[in-house]
Design a protein around this ligand. Sequence first.
Ligand SMILES: [Ca+2]
Ligand SMILES: [Ca+2]
Length: 270
Amino acid sequence: MGDSCGDGYRADGERPVHEVTISPFSIDATSVTNDDFARFVEETGYRTEAEDFGYSAVFHLYLQAEGGDLLGRPPQTPWWLGVAGADWRRPNGRNSSVDGLGDHPVVHVSWNDAQAYCRWASRRLPTEAEWEYAARGGLIGKRYPWGDELLARDGSHNCNIWQGAFPTANEGLDGWLATAPVRSYGANGYGLWQMVGNVWEWCMDWFDPGYYARSPKKDPAGPEKGSLKCLRGGSFLCHASYCNRYRNAARSSNTPDSSAANIGFRTVAI
Ligand SMILES: [Ca+2]
Ligand SMILES: [Ca+2]
């Protein structure tokens, strides 16, 4: 577990590389789709945090909203817009929908929303260690779920990220400007799809960049407490120039009530 290639961000705590032993587990082949999430909402009437707060984070190029919906943009990441009316059913704002996107990953779901879905489905989120083990697909110390090289030998793409100048010109050479259907590209050695790219995936653990230096060797499940939850795998907005986190070892985090157009999750059997 950890970054053995040397291309991690120091502040993310991808090192030291360390060996862990994980009890057998069964993980979803894909992230949870809009169709999956719609069944959950239909059965339970669940409202996501984005719906309760009345807004979520939309990437600037994909906005489909009314002028008054734009609530602001963080100074550090001005390509993210706070947009009133953006939620899992309207991922780019109130003038968008998930029509035709049933097999795309659900987005604008917070860690808390993912927990609620898991309770309904009698599932749970993976730990970071389980997620990384799953992403590696049986390969040891490789950068990506399929090996060390980003592109296949024939130049074809293995994952859904960003091509071009971030954050202004997405060339979409991998076939997708935003989310792709969950079974796009190829599965890894364990039959798992898009562990890297497409959408970030929530994990169960609290995030601590210092955790690897002191984590237990057997079934590490994260620090006892924290303020940020782990995210793994990167998304369709990742580019080497800005966010080289579409790698097995890459780590990120967000607060458990945060949602965005590029964050989803997959589940594990209890
Ligand atoms: Ca793409
Ligand atoms: Ca992913």
